[in-house]
Design a binder for this molecule. Structure first.
Ligand code: URA
Length: 239
C-alpha cells in the first residue's frame, strides 16, 4: 500500500505537495469516490483518477546492482558524486534503492520503483538475512567473535545475534577477513559492530541478500530480478 499523494506524484502528475493540494481540493477519486483526506493508502488494484484522468502507474521494475565502492545509495547527490541510479540511465522508470549501502561499501543493492515492495523489504520486522564480508584491522579472538554472535551494545541498543565466520587471517599484516550474517539494517551497523569489538573495518562488501547473490556480476553491473525472485522476496519478507 502506498500513500495516495505519493502515487500521484510518482505518476508524474504533480509534486508531492501539489498532489496533497489536489487531494484536499477534491480533485482526486479512488475507485470512483472523491477522497479529500491525506492519510489514505492505495494498492496497485485501486483505480486512482485526478480530475477524471486515470493515473497510470509506472510498470514496476526490480533490479539487483553490484554497487562499487565510492557511490552514494541515493538518486541524487548535492555534491555531484556518483549515485546508484547513474548505472541505470537507459531505464525510464524512476527507480530508487531499497535501503542503503555506505559510500565505501560495495555489494548487493536492490533498486525498484515499487514503493510497496521496498517498504516491505525494509520493514524492521521482515528480517531478511544479509551476509557481509569485512576485512578488519587485527585478528579477532574467539571471544570477540562470540560477542558478535551474542549481540553487541551500540549507542542505539544491543544488536540481535549475528552469525560469524573467520574466512582468513593475515598474521603479517595483522588483518582478518570475516563473514557476518545479520538481519537488522541499522545505519552503518556492520562497521559499528566491528568497531565496538575493537576491529575496525578496512573494506566491506555485502555478498548476499536473502537468497540473492552477486553471482555473474562485476562491480557496476546490474541485472533485472526475475518475476520468481520478486515473488520469493515477497514471501520471504512476509514469513
Ligand atoms: N553495514 C555497514 O556498516 N555499512 C553498510 O553499508 C551496510 C551495512
Amino acid at each position: 500500500m502506498e500513500r495516495l499523494q505519493k502515487v500521484i506524484a510518482h505518476a508524474g502528475f504533480a509534486s508531492r505537495r501539489k498532489a496533497e493540494e489536489l487531494i484536499k481540493e477534491g480533485h482526486v477519486r479512488v475507485n470512483g469516490k472523491t477522497v479529500k483526506e491525506l492519510g489514505v493508502k492505495v494498492s496497485s488494484s485501486d483505480r486512482v483518477e485526478v480530475n477524471g484522468i486515470p493515473v497510470e502507474r509506472e510498470e514496476p521494475v526490480y533490479f539487483l546492482l553490484y554497487k562499487p565502492r565510492g557511490v552514494i545509495s541515493s538518486v541524487t547527490d548535492d555534491k555531484g558524486r556518483k549515485v546508484v541510479t547513474d548505472f541505470f540511465q537507459q531505464i525510464e522508470q524512476r527507480i530508487y534503492p531499497v535501503g542503503r549501502l555506505d559510500f565505501d561499501t560495495s555489494g548487493l543493492l536492490l533498486l525498484t520503483n515499487d514503493g510497496e515492495f521496498a517498504n516491505l523489504l525494509m520493514h524492521p520486522k521482515n528480517e531478511i538475512e544479509k551476509v557481509y564480508v569485512a576485512k578488519v584491522k587485527g585478528i579477532p579472538s574467539r571471544e570477540k567473535m562470540r560477542s558478535l554472535e551474542k549481540g553487541v551494545r551500540l549507542e542505539d541498543g544491543k544488536t540481535a545475534p549475528a552469525k560469524t565466520k573467520v574466512l582468513s587471517i593475515d598474521k603479517k599484516k595483522q588483518t582478518a577477513i570475516i563473514e557476518l550474517t545479520i538481519h537488522e539494517g541499522r545505519n552503518r551497523q556492520v562497521r559499528r559492530m566491528l568497531e565496538a569489538i575493537g576491529h575496525p573495518v578496512i573494506k566491506l562488501k555485502r555478498e548476499r541478500y536473502g537468497f540473492l547473490t552477486l553471482q555473474g556480476l562485476k562491480a557496476g553491473e546490474a541485472r533485472e530480478l526475475t518475476a520468481h525472485e520478486v515473488k520469493q522476496l515477497r514471501t520471504l519478507s512476509k514469513s
